[in-house]
Unconditional design. Structure first.
Length: 188
C-alpha cells in the first residue's frame, strides 16, 4: 500500500469534478462522466459500476480540452478484476460534432453515439461508452449534422497491445485498480 508520503509532491490534484452525464450500458453497467478544470487543463473521467455494485473504471484524461484544429479527443481504457473485464471510451468533442462512430474489426457492427453532455465554460461536449465484450476497436470518427466527417482517431496501437495480452504495459491508473490502464489514441 502506498502512503501519501510516497507520492510525488509535484503532481497537482485534480480540480473539483461535476457529473456531466450518466447512463447504463447494454450489459447493465452504470457509468458517469465527470469533468472539471479549464479549457487548457481539462479533466474528463468515466466511472463505471458493475451490476453487482463493484466499481470499475475511473480512467480518463487531462490536458487541453481539444487540440487546435481537432474536433475529437478520446481515450480508451480497460479494467480487469474479479473475473470481469470492462473496456470503455471517454472523450471530448467540438460543439459541431453531432455523432461519434466507434468502428470495430472483423465485420462487427459499429456503435453510433451522440454527445451526452456539454460545458459552455470548457467549450466542448462529451461522449462515453462501455465497449461490447470481445471487440477490437479500430477507429473513432466524429461527424457533423450533415453527415460530413470532421475528424477521426485510429486505435491500431491499442488493439495490438490488447491482442498481445500486454495490458500491464499501459500507464497504470491507480484510482481504477491495479490491472487497469489506458492509452491515448493516435490521431491518424
Amino acid at each position: 500500500m502506498t502512503s501519501n508520503e510516497d507520492l510525488p509532491q509535484d503532481i497537482p490534484s485534480a480540480p473539483p469534478l461535476a457529473t456531466i452525464a450518466q447512463g447504463i450500458s447494454d450489459a447493465g453497467e452504470h457509468w458517469a462522466i465527470k469533468v472539471g478544470g479549464t479549457r487548457d487543463d481539462c479533466y474528463t473521467f468515466m466511472d463505471i459500476e458493475l451490476p453487482d455494485g463493484q466499481q470499475a473504471g475511473g480512467g480518463g484524461m487531462g490536458g487541453q480540452a481539444l487540440l487546435p484544429g481537432r474536433f475529437l479527443n478520446c481515450s480508451v481504457h480497460w479494467w480487469d478484476g474479479s473475473g470481469v473485464s470492462v473496456g470503455y471510451v471517454v472523450g471530448r468533442l467540438h460543439p459541431e460534432v453531432r455523432r461519434v462512430c466507434l468502428e470495430y474489426a472483423g465485420g462487427v457492427p459499429g456503435l453510433d453515439l451522440e454527445p451526452v453532455g456539454e460545458s459552455a465554460e470548457l467549450g466542448v461536449s462529451f461522449v462515453g461508452a462501455v465497449l461490447p465484450r470481445s471487440v477490437n476497436l479500430v477507429r473513432i470518427s466524429a461527424w457533423d449534422g450533415q453527415g460530413e466527417l470532421l475528424d477521426q482517431e485510429g486505435t491500431s496501437h491499442y488493439g495490438a497491445t490488447l491482442q498481445a495480452g500486454d495490458r500491464g504495459s499501459a500507464s497504470p491508473n491507480p484510482t481504477a485498480g491495479e490491472d487497469s490502464g489506458w492509452r491515448p489514441l493516435d490521431n491518424t
